[in-house]
Structures are given as structure tokens and as C-alpha cells.
Design a protein around this ligand. Structure first.
Ligand SMILES: NC(=O)c1ccc[n+]([C@@H]2O[C@H](COP(=O)([O-])OP(=O)(O)OC[C@H]3O[C@@H](n4cnc5c(N)ncnc54)[C@H](O)[C@@H]3O)[C@@H](O)[C@H]2O)c1
Ligand SMILES: O=C(O)CC[C@@H](O)C(=O)O
Length: 526
């Protein structure tokens, strides 16, 4: 019989499902070294946010087939390490949506009416009605940063409470925002106009310290900010200073840069700060939802079936998967690339299967392309199961075409996306050993393997440009790993594709565009 280790507190409903097919050991509060010691016995590991599943634990898990995260965020799992070992990582993308949204709303009302402090004062035996004069949310402006599942539910409730709704989400169409009743605005506008700012975004390099000293300084003095998303999106030190100096009126946090929250200047603040210990998902309903959702997937995988919400491996039957896997990776890579070239707000994605590939089933490749396209917005929350629904909800129109007559390579995949930066296209094929090659960019022939950090320029094919760009990158200490020019005619328009060893530093892109002959430049992280 299979063995499952449950290393965080999980609702009994989940344990009951696992027990149908496995021996279940519940061992919570294990130290990392203890987990490393015992994980080798188990076929599956089920966790919440308390267990950090590091590469070391994954390496020691020689029998592991699946890691189940009873919740949304898989930021406590080394997903690339699990993927390398063929371990499926599953989550529950929606099980705690309502719980987290309601916690954010509860925080907003608690901040407005000083409920935690008023409650404490009565319990101390006081009857102080003067110190807790609150503010109404009715007719106030709420600024929602991140209009995904949780942000949308917050919007619906806030709207019903008579609030004016602003939202910032660079990956959501204006139409979708309007459907939800939100006016889509720039982050800076939201920051300056909102009375309440609530964050519902993933933590990514772009969102880390999104709320910093400068942005806090631009908020209204009566502004109140709520973070029930991820710690580190707000710079906690900067927030404590802004609250202490009265630059903003209040903050409610459920998540922290380091959890549990240790020494922190936030703790010494008065009623303008409300702190909860990562309780967003802590409702009976949400815990039952996520436990069932994830336990069912662990059970299915242990029975040899597909998982419905795998973060890293699609829920296709093994034979289809085996055949399509290299092309799925190609599609995902091209999706990531074209999504960034077209700008976040993609409206249209055209997926064309070419040559021999045209005879294949297109649906898995379309899904993989969408998963890549949405990765920047949704990170680990987008998977092969929800990619199509997420795209639909974001108003992304998908067109699938096939052209068996295009035979530049045995089989190739062409993606064209239209977004806020215009229309861009990229084609890719698989070379010997399944190696991915980018073979065309915006109709210019190229032949380059994808790289984690890439720079693309559109320029006039004339002497000196390559040298100038190389020197400029050198002056910013950026090392070029490889460079290729694609052109249709000599001294006409051309594209340059550079693979870089390092990410491009902030502020360099405008400098690149200033180089005489360069018309446009795009940076991409794969
Ligand atoms: N406190 C808790 O216990 C708890 C519980 C559940 C979820 N969460 C967290 O809440 C957050 C939102 O979850 P969700 O289920 O709504 O996710 P979601 O994927 O449905 O929505 C996230 C939204 O953020 C947008 N986004 C991405 N990058 C952005 C950026 N740079 N600027 C603005 N918007 C951006 C995306 O387009 C998307 O619409 C996540 O961080 C999740 O981990 C916390
Ligand atoms: O397990 C928890 O309670 C945290 C849940 C939440 O942060 C999530 O990512 O789903």
C-alpha cells in the first residue's frame, strides 16, 4: 500500500480520502532535517504553508510521486526541483478564494471601525466611545491591486457596499474590469485616489516591495492599506514609518516578509495597524475545500490517474503526454515569449500548427501556449487545467489554425499575440534531441535556442549598431551569451536576438532605444 505523509494540519475530510488508498501518517511540526530523514518512505506529501519543501527534501524523497499543497500558493515548494524529478505538484487554486476575500473585507471594516482595539478596551473594563470614531466605506474609493479570483470577489462585495471601484491589473482587459464594475487605472492613479487599497497579486520579482516609501508617500493621509496576498509586496519597514508619521491612516496585514512574524516595528504600532497570523484561508469551509481538492488529486495520482490541477505536469493520459511533452514545452516557451513581447494585456492569441504538427491534436498545444502566455500574470496559479478558463475570463480571444504546407522544419508552432505593445509573433521548432529553437520572430528568420534572459531589438541593418549595443550593455555590466541578427534584405529592417547571462538592469531599455538605428527593444524572461 502507498504511504502518504501529511506534515501540516489538514482537515479530516482530506485524511479520509487519502486513507481509501494509502497509509496516512500525520506528523506536523517536523524540523527540516527530520523531514529529510523520513521522506524517503513516502509516495506522497501533503502540506499547507507551514512546510518548506526544499530541493534537499525532494532529493531525499526517492519514492515521491506527488506533493499536494492544500491551498493556492506553491511558493513553499521548490517546483523546478520537483519537476526535474518527475514529481507532480498539485494545489487548490480556488478552494480558499472566498475565505481570503472575506478576510480582506473584514480587515477593511476592522480598520475603519477600530474593532480589535475597541473590543480589547471593553474587555479591559473600559467604556470608551470617543477613541473609536471610525470612517464609513460607503461612497469611498477602493483600489484593488490584482483583479483575479480574490480581487474580483472583493470587488463584488465592495460594490454592493456602495464603494467606488478602481483596479490595477496589467493582465486584465478593460472589458473584463468593466464587467466586474471596476475602472481600470494605472497603479499611480490608484495609489493617489484610493481611500482603501487592497492587494490581491502574487509575489513576483515585479511585485516585491511594490508598495514602498515613494508610493506610501503618494497615498492620501486617510488611506488604509490591506495585504492578505503575500508578505513582501509591501516594504514592512517603510510601512511602519508611514504609519508612525501619519502619512497614511492604517494598515492591515495577514502576511509578512518572514513568517511567523518575529521582531518587527509593526508590532509596536497602535490601532492604526491590524496584524493577523496568515489567517486568510482559515475558515472551516476553505479548509474542507482545499483538503478535499488536494487529497482527491493525491488519491488519483497514486491510482495511476491524472491530476486535475497540476502546477507542473498536465493532466493528460500518459501516452498522449509522452508524445506531446516536447511540443508542450515548446508551446509554453513560445507563449511566455510572445506574451511579454505583446505586453501584458493580450487580447488575441493565434496558434498555428505547421508542417507535420498540423496533423496533431491542437488543444493541448493551445492550452500549453496559454499557460505560457499567462505565466507572467498568474505564476504557479496557472496550470494546464485552468489556462483556458483564465484566458477566457481575461477576455483573450484564441484562434487555432493549421497549415501542413509550411515545411521549413518537420513541424513547427507559430504564435501571434496582440496586446498593449502591439502584435508580435514567434515561431519555434524542435531540433535533434528535442531541443527548442526559435526560428522566426516578427517574420524575420532566426535560429536561436531560448534563454532565461533575452533582449530583442528591431533596428535598421547598418554598420556599427551591434558594436554600440554591445558597448552599452557592457557599460551596464550585462554579459552577452550569444547574439544573432535576422533580416530579410541587406540594409533593410532587421531584428537582433541577444541571450544574456544577467537580467537587464532597470532603466537600460530607454537607453537602448536611443541608440541611432534601433527602433524598438524588448526584454523577455523565460
Ligand atoms: N492570506 C491567505 O491566506 C491567502 C489565501 C489565498 C490566496 N492568497 C494570495 O492572494 C493572492 C491572490 O490570489 P488569487 O487566487 O486571487 O490569484 P489570481 O491568480 O486569481 O489573481 C492574481 C491577479 O494578480 C494579477 N497580477 C499579476 N501580477 C500583477 C502585477 N504586477 N500588478 C497587478 N496585478 C498583477 C493577475 O493578472 C491576476 O489577475 C495570491 O498572492 C495568493 O497567494 C493568500
Ligand atoms: O495554508 C494556509 O493557510 C495558507 C493559504 C494561502 O496562503 C494559500 O496560498 O492558499
Amino acid at each position: 500500500m502507498s504511504k502518504v505523509l501529511v506534515s501540516d494540519p489538514i482537515d479530516q475530510a482530506g485524511i479520509d480520502i487519502l486513507s481509501q488508498v494509502a497509509t496516512v501518517d500525520v506528523k506536523t511540526g517536523l524540523k527540516p532535517e527530520e523531514l529529510v530523514q523520513i521522506i524517503g518512505e513516502y509516495d506522497a506529501l501533503m502540506i499547507r504553508s507551514g512546510t518548506r519543501v526544499t530541493q534537499e527534501i525532494i532529493e531525499a524523497g526517492t519514492q515521491l510521486k506527488i506533493i499536494g499543497r492544500a491551498g493556492v500558493g506553491v511558493d513553499n515548494v521548490d517546483v523546478p526541483a520537483a519537476t526535474r524529478k518527475g514529481i507532480v505538484v498539485v494545489n487548490s487554486p480556488e478552494g480558499n478564494t472566498i475565505a481570503a476575500a472575506e478576510h480582506a473585507l473584514a480587515m477593511m471594516l476592522s480598520l475603519s471601525r477600530y474593532i480589535p482595539d475597541a473590543n480589547a478596551s471593553v474587555k479591559r473594563g473600559e467604556w470608551d466611545r470617543k477613541s473609536f470614531i471610525g470612517a464609513e466605506v460607503y461612497k469611498k474609493t477602493i483600489g484593488i491591486v490584482g483583479l483575479g479570483k480574490i480581487g474580483s470577489h472583493v470587488a463584488a462585495v465592495a460594490r454592493a457596499m456602495g464603494m467606488k471601484l478602481l483596479a490595477f491589473d496589467p493582465f486584465i482587459s478593460t472589458e473584463r474590469a468593466e464587467q466586474i464594475g471596476c475602472q481600470l487605472v494605472d497603479l499611480e492613479v490608484l495609489i493617489q485616489q484610493a481611500d482603501y487599497i487592497t492587494l490581491h497579486i502574487p509575489k513576483t520579482p515585479e511585485t516585491t516591495h511594490l508598495i514602498n516609501t515613494e508610493r506610501l508617500a503618494k497615498m492620501k493621509p486617510n488611506a488604509r492599506i490591506i495585504n492578505c496576498a503575500r508578505g513582501g509586496i509591501i516594504d514592512e519597514e517603510a510601512l511602519a514609518v508611514a504609519l508612525r508619521e501619519g502619512k497614511i491612516a492604517g494598515a492591515a496585514l495577514d502576511v509578512y516578509e518572514a513568517e511567523p512574524l518575529g521582531e518587527s516595528s509593526l508590532k509596536s504600532l497602535g490601532q492604526q495597524a491590524i496584524l493577523t497570523p496568515h489567517l486568510g484561508a482559515s475558515t472551516t469551509e476553505a479548509q474542507v475545500n482545499v483538503a478535499i481538492d488536494v487529497a482527491e488529486q493525491i488519491r488519483d495520482v497514486l491510482l495511476g490517474l491524472a491530476a486535475r490541477s497540476a502546477v507542473n505536469i498536465p493532466g493528460l493520459s500518459p501516452d498522449v503526454m509522452e508524445e506531446l511533452k516536447p511540443y508542450m514545452q515548446l508551446a509554453e516557451t513560445l507563449g511566455k515569449l510572445v506574451g511579454q513581447l505583446a505586453g501584458g494585456r493580450v487580447e488575441l492569441l493565434n496558434v498555428r500548427l505547421q508542417g507535420e504538427l498540423a496533423t496533431n491534436k491542437s488543444q493541448p498545444l493551445v492550452v500549453a501556449s496559454l499557460k505560457g502566455l499567462l505565466y507572467q500574470a498568474l505564476r504557479e496559479r496557472v496550470n494546464y487545467v485552468n489556462a483556458s478558463i483564465e484566458a477566457k475570463e481575461r477576455g483573450i480571444r484564441v484562434i487555432e489554425t493549421r497549415d501542413a504546407s509550411i515545411k521549413d522544419y518537420a513541424g513547427s508552432l507559430h504564435l501571434e499575440a496582440t496586446g498593449s505593445l502591439g502584435t508580435h509573433s514567434v515561431t519555434g521548432a524542435l531540433f535533434g534531441g528535442g531541443e527548442i529553437r526559435l526560428t522566426n520572430l516578427d517574420d524575420f528568420p532566426i535560429n536561436v535556442p531560448p534563454n532565461q534572459h533575452m533582449l530583442f531589438t528591431l533596428h535598421r541593418d547598418m554598420p556599427g549598431i551591434i558594436g554600440k549595443l554591445g558597448s552599452l550593455l557592457g557599460s551596464f555590466n550585462v554579459n552577452i551569451a550569444s547574439m544573432q541578427v535576422g533580416r530579410k534584405i541587406i540594409r533593410g529592417d532587421a531584428v537582433m536576438v541577444l541571450s544574456l547571462d544577467d537580467p537587464l538592469p532597470d532603466g537600460i531599455l530607454p537607453e537602448i532605444i536611443k541608440v541611432s538605428g534601433i527602433r524598438d527593444a524588448y526584454t523577455v524572461t523565460l
